[in-house]
Write a protein that binds this ligand. Structure first.
Ligand SMILES: Cc1ncc(COP(=O)(O)O)c(C=O)c1O
Length: 393
């Protein structure tokens, strides 16, 4: 690096020094070099996008939908999103309540950076998908972590209220993600109601990341927006429900005056999401109503298999309730922290998992297994983990 470049880096915005590149992605890249490794690291459906959606994209290209779309998304897609959320989760949105974003990731960026000023606080229940943490910090705000590991990874209303009271007016938002990445747990109607009762008392936003809403294995998903329509900034998308991670389409929903504010950050960040991908997503929302349910049946089989195999080996976990992750505790008898466990398992027995401490307080001592992988790979991984455990008795 030249001296000039070094000096210029020193002049870049201070908040960048608060964040580092994703630990999950760098571990994934590192272990990808191990010959024969099976990776159960990334949260990515192994299914391909359904044919009818791919065909809609092909038609879109043929019709020369290769120009900019309106910044908030095509009116047809926005209407299809509102209709989908109404039919599935009884949410009273119309097209005006929707912004189409570049994946749910951009929804998170847009929501957080539209809300916080320097020094504000964002309440983040943990363990959580880590993206929320750097996005909060890079915007100059401070995460307030609430460890949920003592209540099967569900935030209690008491803990939430105490944190809001302790941190006062600096609290601008509470993040909720369920079904949860990484824990595989979800919130029941009574949990959602109780959290809503607390939040209602304060002028804070709820950033509700419900990207896994189509993947619940017990009761149907209940959205917090049903109880808190004024305060919720709802995040969803097609990445997980329709196996469309590569298309980069997410959605943000909120009351129309709030949407108008969010739209500024969205517009000045990305102009609009890719037009052809928007047409594909429209097909997913209009005619792919049950696409997620079909994939879910398969995920559920895998969830049960992985859960049973791991518990037989002495790991402790709650039976997965949603998303496609098993979050399980390493047996104490192994006397190994989660990072060491993942590194040794990857290099010695060629299975890559994610260390629980990557997901914030409460994740230490756990590992996350993404079972969005083929049954063959899952069977082989379980065999290899058994060998790894066997070599340590
Ligand atoms: C909880 C959660 N939110 C958001 C995302 C990002 O979704 P997208 O790929 O649509 O940006 C993920 C991806 O893993 C996730 O697990």
């Amino acid at each position: 690096m030249t001296d000039k470049v070094q000096r210029l880096i020193g002049r870049m915005r201070d908040d960048l020094s608060q964040v580092t590149p994703s630990a999950i992605r760098s571990f994934d890249q590192e272990v990808s070099k191990i010959p024969g490794i099976i990776k159960l690291t990334l949260g990515e459906p192994d299914f391909n996008t359904p044919e009818h959606i791919k065909n809609a994209a092909i038609e879109s290209i043929k019709e020369n939908h290769t120009h900019y779309a309106p910044s908030n998304g095509t009116p047809e897609l926005r209407a299809a999103v509102a209709n989908f959320l109404d039919k599935k989760y009884q949410l009273n949105y119309s097209a005006e309540n929707v912004i189409v974003t570049v994946g749910a990731t951009e929804s998170i960026w847009t929501a957080v950076s539209s809300i916080v000023n320097r020094g504000d606080k964002v309440i983040i229940p943990t363990p959580i998908w880590p993206m929320y943490i750097p996005i909060t910090k890079v915007n100059g705000a401070e995460p307030v972590f609430l460890d949920t590991s003592d209540n099967h990874f569900v935030l209690t209303p008491e803990k939430l209220e105490q944190a809001i009271k302790e941190n006062g007016d600096a609290v601008k938002a509470v993040v909720l993600n369920f079904p949860s990445n990484p824990t595989g747990m979800t919130y029941r109607r009574e949990d959602v109601k109780a959290i809503a009762e607390v939040v209602k008392k304060y002028d804070v936003f709820v950033i509700a990341d419900e990207i896994y809403s189509e993947l619940t294995y017990g009761d149907k998903h209940v959205s917090i927006a049903e109880y808190l329509p004024d305060q919720t900034i709802l995040i969803n998308g097609v990445s997980k429900s329709h196996a469309m991670t590569g298309w980069r389409i997410g959605v943000l929903c909120a009351p129309e005056p709030i949407i108008k504010q969010l739209a500024k950050i969205h517009q000045y960040s990305v102009t609009t999401a890719t037009r052809v991908a928007q047409d594909a997503a429209q097909e997913a929302f209009e005619n792919g109503f049950e696409d997620g349910s079909e994939m879910k049946l398969e995920y559920e089989k895998r969830a049960n298999f992985v859960y049973e195999e791991m518990t037989k080996m002495g790991f402790t976990a709650h039976q997965p309730e949603g998303a496609f992750y098993l979050f399980t505790k390493i047996p104490a008898s192994l006397n190994m922290d989660d990072k060491t466990f993942c590194r040794k398992l990857a290099y010695e027995n060629k299975v890559a998992l994610v260390a629980g401490s990557s997901f914030g307080p409460g994740g230490e001592g756990y590992i996350r297994i993404s079972y969005a992988a083929s049954m063959d790979n899952l069977k082989e991984s379980m065999k290899r983990i058994k060998e790894f455990m066997g070599s340590r008795v």
